[in-house]
Design a protein around this ligand. Structure first.
Ligand code: Z5A
Length: 215
């Protein structure tokens, strides 16, 4: 695989139990064998010390209002971008990030029904213009994803929400993929871990080849 010319941000997105974290770990093990560039993994919420505290608040069973939840995700993102993502990208890393802006649009926008224009405005403040270079959306039938998530044990705040909520979240991701099919790639997450990992490797390889300078 040719070496990419620049650092990049590759985001792994999906509904509950779609397998994005599993696939991120697989990619993290494989990618350094393919490139000289440094590779790292991070996540939202919880990619910084402050973010880990925010994650605890967000995923515990507190009576957060929908707007409070939205603002806490934005705070986590602002801290993450300024102290982790931007420095890593400036240092030439390929960054693999478990969830990013699309999760806010899908969960708080489509799922909770908060105003999409407001979310866009908040995201603009939190990101200061940083966007992903490639987003891999792991798409899985909602009931199957929830089944997988439950096998992991404890349910958290959002996993306990109703089925219709998760269907709306899925619609949110689908709508983002339809808007930007090149940058936002749908991956069928219903197969085996190895089958999906092969698709991820192919997508990342293609992306990095397109990034690299031609002779
Ligand atoms: N959230 C939000 O609302 N707004 C935002 O802006 C952001 C986040 C950034 C925590 O996210 C919550 O934050 C999340 C959205 C909200 N909602 N909740 N609840 P998270 O990504 O940290 O949550 P998570 O609990 O780690 O991820 P997840 O979505 O539930 O799981 P996943 O990463 O997609 O799946 P996994 O952990 O890789 O796999 C789940 C299980 O399935 C596990 O036992 C695997 O071994 C198994 N698995 C994985 N792949 C397969 C295949 N292919 N076949 C069979 N079994 C599999």
């Amino acid at each position: 695989m040719p070496k990419p010319a620049t650092s990049c941000l590759i985001v792994f997105e999906g509904g509950e139990g779609a397998g994005k974290s599993t696939q991120l770990q697989q990619a993290l093990a494989w990618l350094p064998t393919q490139t000289q560039q440094p590779v790292m993994a991070t996540r939202e919420p919880g990619g910084t010390p402050l973010g880990r505290e925010l994650r605890q608040l967000l995923l515990s069973d507190r009576q957060l209002t929908d707007h409070t939840e939205l603002l806490l995700y934005a705070a986590d993102r602002a801290q993450h971008i300024e102290t982790v993502l931007r420095p890593a990208l400036a240092a030439g890393y390929i960054v693999l990030c478990d969830r990013f802006i699309a999760s806010t649009i899908a969960y708080q926008g489509y799922g909770r029904g908060l105003d999409l224009a407001l979310i866009e405005q908040l995201n603009r403040i939190a990101t200061d213009g940083l966007t992903s270079d490639l987003t891999l959306w792991f798409d899985l039938e909602v009931t199957l994803g929830l089944q997988r998530a439950r096998q992991r044990g404890e349910r958290d705040r959002i996993e306990a929400a109703d089925l219709a909520f998760h269907q709306r979240v899925r619609q949110g991701f689908a709508s983002l993929a339809a808007q930007e099919p090149e940058r936002f790639t749908r991956i069928d997450a219903s197969g085996s871990i190895e089958m999906i990992a092969a698709t991820v490797r192919a997508q990342i390889t293609r992306f990095l080849e397109l990034q690299s300078p031609h002779d």
